[in-house]
Design a protein around this ligand. Structure first.
Ligand SMILES: C[S@@+](CC[C@H](N)C(=O)[O-])C[C@H]1O[C@@H](n2cnc3c(N)ncnc32)[C@H](O)[C@@H]1O
Length: 214
């Protein structure tokens, strides 16, 4: 069932080239491995909004991003994704201004929900979700609002170290036993979700591709 040897970064890179989109997002960056591979696959005028509150980790990978000459494609936002995604949904134009101009408009972001009357849902070509397992369903709902119809959300860790296919007795580690229930619930939900066409790929730790249907 599993093929954990396949390189997920390379797969994402190929996928993005096939999708041929320009406006993308990564939720959960850490040191930026998948960010690097996806940004490399984007066209010169492509953009990736990369969200993760762990700025220290991002800065570890930043020299490699700079060396690869792709920094101009990346709008890194050091934030918890939840408030930010809500801003993007209800106030996308303001937040993207923030993302592009970074420091200068940071103050505007925190208050933009109150000042913007229109949102800009349905505008992303690709959203990659690799943050916390216990929040995967919530991220999915928000990402579904932001991605265009016909375009792709990629949810990572959907095999969760193979734990989703094991019984409780077979899993010794308590954190895995607990978190895998969120992933199992997510997998069940996605297979029955009529808004998406989905496929769980045995790449890396399991990657579920969801194409938004409506
Ligand atoms: C598995 S790592 C991401 C790995 C990354 N995609 C890569 O290729 O190296 C998970 C990351 O999600 C981030 N994260 C957790 N909860 C988050 C949230 N609510 N919003 C944004 N990022 C979050 C963590 O800070 C962590 O860096």
């Amino acid at each position: 069932m599993m093929n954990v040897a396949a390189d997920e970064g390379q797969f994402l890179s190929v996928l993005l080239k096939i999708i041929n989109g320009k406006k993308t997002m990564g939720i959960g960056v850490f040191t930026g491995y998948s960010l690097l591979t996806t940004a490399l696959a984007l066209p010169e005028d492509g953009k990736i909004v990369a969200i993760d509150p762990d700025k220290e980790a991002y800065e570890v990978g930043l020299p490699f991003i700079k060396k690869a000459g792709i920094e101009h494609k990346i709008n890194y936002i050091p934030s918890d994704a939840f408030p930010l995604l809500n801003d993007l949904i209800y106030c996308v134009s303001a937040v993207l201004t923030y993302a592009i101009n970074d420091q200068s408009s940071r103050k505007h972001t925190s208050s933009c929900n109150f000042h913007c009357l229109h949102g800009e849902e349905d505008t992303f070509d690709f959203i990659y979700v690799d943050a916390s397992e216990n929040d995967c369903l919530k991220f999915h709902e928000l990402a579904l609002k932001l991605v265009k119809i016909g375009r792709i959300i990629a949810d990572d860790n959907t095999l969760f170290l193979g734990s989703v296919a094991k019984s409780d007795k077979e899993i010794m580690e308590e954190p895995i036993r607990k978190l895998r229930n969120f992933v199992i619930e997510f997998n069940r939900f996605i297979t029955a979700d009529p808004r998406v066409e989905s496929s769980l790929l045995s790449i890396g730790d399991g990657l579920t591709l969801c194409r938004r249907l409506y």
